[in-house]
Structure formats: C-alpha cells, structure tokens
Design a protein around this ligand. Structure first.
Ligand SMILES: NC(=O)c1ccc[n+]([C@@H]2O[C@H](COP(=O)([O-])OP(=O)(O)OC[C@H]3O[C@@H](n4cnc5c(N)ncnc54)[C@H](OP(=O)(O)O)[C@@H]3O)[C@@H](O)[C@H]2O)c1
Length: 210
C-alpha cells in the first residue's frame, strides 16, 4: 500500500514510516522543510514537502491510504491548535476525499469526545481534535479514529487495551503506530472510533473486538 503520513517528522510519525516500510508498504512522509527529508529517507520512506495549512493535493494524490499523525505541540498557542490540529486535519481529510482515496486513519486523543474534566489549553486542544474527528465521521471514507492515552517513548509491547471508553493511562508511541498500521487492513476497524492504552491483548486481536 502507498501510505501518506502527515506529521512524519514527529515522534509517532517516524515510527509509522519505519514500521510501514518493515511491513512491506510504501510509506510517504509529509515534511515541511527541505532539511527534514533525509530523516524520512533514512527510515525507508519517500519524503514529500507539504504543509497542512496549505494545499496538500500533490502529497495525497495516488495514495492508497492517508494517516494524520501531525500536531501543533504544546509550545504553541490556540491559533496553531486550531490551524493544525483541527483545520489541518480537516484539510487533509478533504484532499483525501477529493482524490478518491478511501482509507484514512486519524490519530486523535483519549477523551476528545468529552473535555468536561479538562481545563484551559488542554480542553481547547481536545475540542479541536473532536471537531476534526466529527468532520471525518461525516465523510464516506473508511475511517478509523484512534484515541490513545498519554504517549511515551518506551519500547513496544504490542499489547493494548481498546474500547469506546477506557480508563486513561499511557501507551508507547510504538504501539500506537503499530495499531494504526494494523487498522489499515482490518475491516473491523473501519468506521470505528476507539480509545487505546497499554494492555494485555495483542494488537491484531484487540482490533477484532471493536
Ligand atoms: N502527547 C500525547 O500524550 C498525546 C496523546 C494523545 C494524542 N496525541 C496526538 O498524537 C499525535 C502525534 O504526537 P507526537 O507527540 O508523536 O507528535 P510530534 O512529535 O509533536 O510531531 C508532530 C509533527 O507534526 C508536524 N506538523 C506540525 N504542524 C504541521 C503542519 N502545518 N503541516 C505539516 N506537519 C506539521 C510537526 O512538524 P515539524 O517536525 O516540522 O515541527 C511534527 O513533525 C498528535 O496528533 C497529538 O495530538 C498526543
């Protein structure tokens, strides 16, 4: 599968490129700067220069699947949360539809559907993630919305817990990346939104329970 990863230079994005390549896919990594291209090439991916705030048609065209793994990060303000986490994600979904690609995986966040316990900029972030998710759900795409708990850089265990709602916990980015890739080819994960933390069930088995 030709798979575009938006946010490919990020921590989860780089793991996605590496694992997609290892699984025999053809990963394309969206980066914003020329000097980031070699990071993608080193992992076996094909870099594509694009910015989620602009036209991303050239990056999306010809793909079999598209993954959103970008994020504005915690060091920017609400304007970037709105521009990247919500509008950038929606922009990518729109281009995916425009070019007739069916499969889209959104890397969302746990509790995006209920920010009532959150405060300040984190609450705003969850609300922006939720609005992007809701936009995707209204499309005809074979979407999967993955909502992990706190991301860590620990080693993969390949064991997870999934559900419509799960108790907030952490999960290695590596296991989030593996779950996203597994969901590309697991029809049971299509048209599903689920929360995800570390657990006791192998990823492939967990996706079958959704
Ligand atoms: N941190 C958590 O605990 C947590 C929990 C749940 C969900 N999430 C979500 O998980 C995802 C991945 O998180 P992460 O920590 O692995 O990511 P990350 O390391 O912060 O990487 C995010 C990437 O997005 C890219 N990006 C930002 N603006 C962009 C734009 N306008 N166009 C194209 N790319 C852009 C950045 O590019 P540059 O490299 O050029 O800066 C960066 O490479 C995010 O969607 C985040 O919201 C995070």
């Amino acid at each position: 599968m030709k798979v575009l990863v938006a946010g490919a230079n990020g921590k989860t994005g780089r793991l996605l490129i590496q694992y997609l390549k290892e699984d025999g896919h053809e990963p394309y990594g969206m980066v914003r700067k020329e000097e980031q291209k070699s990071n993608i090439e080193k992992l076996g991916g094909i870099p594509v220069l694009a910015d989620l705030k602009k036209d991303v048609g050239h990056a999306v065209k010809g793909m079999d699947a598209v993954i959103f793994a970008a994020g504005s990060g915690s060091s920017t303000g609400p304007d970037q949360t709105e521009a990247v986490d919500r509008d950038g994600a929606i922009n990518l979904v729109k281009h995916t539809e425009k070019f007739g690609i069916k499969k889209f995986v959104m890397l969302s966040a746990i509790n995006a559907d209920d920010s009532s316990e959150a405060e300040g900029s984190f609450k705003f972030y969850l609300d922006m993630k939720s609005q992007a998710d809701e936009y995707l759900k209204r499309t005809e795409l074979d979407y999967t919305i993955v909502r992990p708990g706190g991301l860590t850089d620990e080693e993969s265990t390949s064991k997870i817990k999934v559900g419509e709602k799960v108790a907030r916990d952490n999960i290695p980015r590596a296991d989030v990346a593996k779950t996203i890739i597994a969901s590309l080819q697991e029809p049971n994960a299509y048209h599903k939104t689920f929360e995800l933390v570390s657990g006791d069930t192998q990823i492939e088995d967990a996706l079958k329970t959704l």
